[in-house]
Write a protein that binds this ligand. Structure first.
Ligand SMILES: NC(=O)C1=CN([C@@H]2O[C@H](COP(=O)(O)OP(=O)(O)OC[C@H]3O[C@@H](n4cnc5c(N)ncnc54)[C@H](O)[C@@H]3O)[C@@H](O)[C@H]2O)C=CC1
Ligand SMILES: O=C(O)[C@H]1O[C@H](OP(=O)(O)OP(=O)(O)OC[C@H]2O[C@@H](n3ccc(=O)[nH]c3=O)[C@H](O)[C@@H]2O)[C@H](O)[C@@H](O)[C@@H]1O
Length: 455
């Protein structure tokens, strides 16, 4: 099939490459000229595992190309995927869907062949109907159906999730649109992946419900982490023990500094707002509690760092390991790590930041921050080491405790992602502090500071 993908960011670019891998001929439309030029040259504009290779493969094969010109896509494709951004409005009251409305307003009058428009961006209840009205008013060839096909990919797994999704959801209004969706995803459906065919309103709700549930699970374990701190219990053990029950599971149960990124924070905020508009007050109250727990995580992490250091952070050199919103991506949007670094700076601390993939982007976005090209450079002379993003380079590298011992001045490690194996650090003479867990000190049996139990 000939398809276009309009908006080639973290969702659209991997989707376009995946469509080419499935055997389709693809044109990606991207407004940002630099991004479009990089993609056209087969160069990934952001770090995403396996994406650079897939992009280069299909730009090379000629099955995937990019353009800034929507008219070119209108001429070329029988199916148009919409993957532009839907940020939260500045007043927080739902999504700013101006990119989506702008695209359908421009695209509809350009269309001259029978085709389907397929939305993948995340929207709230009622948006499909509003966009369909714009298409109906602007189409010159009669009815063009807008299907909604929400996307569930995770950054860091975008290629894998696009090629092997665990489900495909399509909100359609006609049998013809359903047939087109079955055709475009045929190689995936042939492997037995379930396609849930429903109406557009249900498809909209499925996406909001999925992301809000993921936020709820994370806030639940983070709220338990607060309770654990009060009784010197270990939240990691609680998460492990309850997660063995397959109705609960271990995924999304890692305590830390809260959910961040370009999607979960805005999606739960927009969904909560919409539920309020609809009068679903109990559902809204539930999600507001979820947001409230998340908003408190940074202050709780700061308190832990102060307690670990044993006093105010003014003037304290901190090795700050991590900047991206989670491991596996260079994405800095709404990164809790950056929110934490800003609070530490406000308290007078002197952080030096290292991240395996996010430093070039961070230097561009935040020239005010002190960045290091290597872990060793960040560690040199630090009194406190903070692990703020759970990259395996920080949490699984067995040589890091010894490297840190040689480079740092202090012996205080604060892991605000609860992802580090603490024993090797303790064996190297470090005090290890994690959220909702008793601190681990170099020698077992040493009394921990007041209010913090020792493991
Ligand atoms: N990032 C992710 O993992 C996922 C994102 N989503 C949703 O997908 C949507 C896009 O998200 P991201 O890809 O993360 O955002 P993004 O900001 O990385 O990408 C959006 C792209 O659209 C481009 N764009 C804007 N207006 C355009 C226009 N008129 N024509 C062509 N290109 C245009 C922008 O330049 C940008 O490159 C959002 O609604 C998001 O909630 C859904 C699932 C996963
Ligand atoms: O709609 C979207 O854009 C996507 O949002 C999330 O994907 P993503 O933002 O890539 O990241 P997640 O892996 O879900 O992590 C989100 C945040 O929660 C945090 N998190 C995650 C899991 C956990 O156990 N604990 C935890 O604090 C992460 O560090 C990160 O800050 C969803 O997982 C995807 O299914 C969805 O498609």
């Amino acid at each position: 099939m000939r398809v276009s993908v309009i908006g080639c960011g973290h969702l659209g670019a991997p989707h376009a490459a995946a469509m080419a891998e499935l055997g389709h001929e693809v044109i990606g439309v991207e407004l940002d000229k630099d991004k479009c030029a990089a993609l056209s040259a087969g160069i990934a504009p952001f770090y995403e595992d396996g994406f650079g290779e897939l992009l280069a493969k299909h730009v090379g094969s000629g099955r995937l190309r990019f353009s800034t010109d929507l008219a070119e896509a209108a001429d070329f494709a029988e199916m148009h995927f919409l993957a532009v951004g839907t940020p939260l409005r500045e007043d927080g009251c739902g999504y700013d869907i101006s990119c989506l409305t702008g695209v359908v307003e421009s695209l509809a009058p350009l269309l001259w062949r029978p085709c389907t428009i397929v939305g993948k961006s995340t929207i709230t209840i009622g948006t499909v109907a509003a966009l369909q009205r714009i298409i109906d008013a602007r189409s010159t060839i009669g009815e063009i159906e807008l299907v909604w096909n929400p996307e569930f990919l995770r950054e860091g797994h975008a290629v894998q999730d696009s090629l092997s999704p665990d489900r495909i959801v399509v909100g359609v209004s006609s049998a013809a649109a359903q047939k087109a969706m079955e055709e475009v995803y045929a190689p995936i459906l042939a492997r037995g992946v379930e396609m849930i065919v429903t109406d557009p309103a249900t498809a909209e709700l499925v996406k909001s419900a999925a992301n809000a549930f993921l936020c709820t699970k994370i806030s639940y374990i983070n709220a338990l982490s607060e309770a654990c701190s009060l009784v010197d219990a270990d939240v990691n053990t609680v998460a492990h023990a309850i997660g063995i029950d397959e109705r609960i599971g271990h995924a999304g149960m890692r305590p830390g500094i809260g959910y961040g990124g370009g999607c979960l924070p805005k999606d739960v905020a927009a969904f909560s707002h919409r539920l309020g508009e609809l009068g679903a007050d109990r559902a809204r109250a539930l999600l507001e509690s979820v947001r409230d727990v998340n908003a408190a995580r940074i202050a709780i992490a700061v308190e832990l760092i102060e307690r670990a250091h044993g006093g105010p952070l003014d003037g304290v050199p901190v090795a700050f390991l991590g900047a991206s919103f989670k491991a596996g991506t260079s994405d800095l949007r709404h990164s809790p790590a950056l929110a934490l670094v800003d609070r530490l700076i406000a308290l007078g601390a002197r952080p030096v930041i290292h991240d395996p993939e996010a430093i070039p982007g961070l230097r561009r976005q935040r020239p005010d921050l002190r960045c290091a090209d290597t872990v060793e450079e960040a560690l040199t002379g630090a009194d406190v080491v903070v692990i703020a993003t759970e990259w395996p380079q920080f949490t699984k590298d067995a040589s890091l405790p010894a490297l840190a011992s040689a480079a740092a001045r202090g012996r205080v490690l604060v892991d605000v992602r609860n992802a580090v194996e603490a024993d090797p650090w303790s064996a190297n003479g470090w005090h290890v502090w994690q959220l909702g867990r008793p601190a681990l000190h170099p020698q077992h049996g040493i009394a921990a500071p007041a209010g913090a139990g020792a493991r």
